[in-house]
Design a protein. Structure first.
Length: 79
């Protein structure tokens, strides 16, 4: 019997490719100076799609016990 393979997909690494492929540029990445210095900056360019970006993340604060546990673990590890 063959054991199943488990794959880990690094979804975070896919986002820059999706952003670049679809020319989706949040304002924090591209400035007017960036556009002026770009090789593709020509009259009638269509390389930039301005979009409204909204934060959709969630924030979970660590409890003091979790913080101390992580701190202790990091202090004992060597890099």
């Amino acid at each position: 019997e063959e054991k199943p393979l488990i794959y880990h997909l690094d979804v975070a690494a896919m986002y820059p490719n999706i952003i670049l492929t679809n020319r989706l540029q949040p304002p924090a990445i591209v400035t007017e100076e960036d556009c002026q210095a770009c090789d593709f900056n020509r009259p009638g360019k269509n390389c930039l799609r301005k979009m409204e970006w909204v934060w959709r993340g969630e924030h979970y604060s660590a409890k003091r016990s979790e913080y101390l546990s992580l701190k202790t673990q990091l202090e004992s590890e060597t890099f």
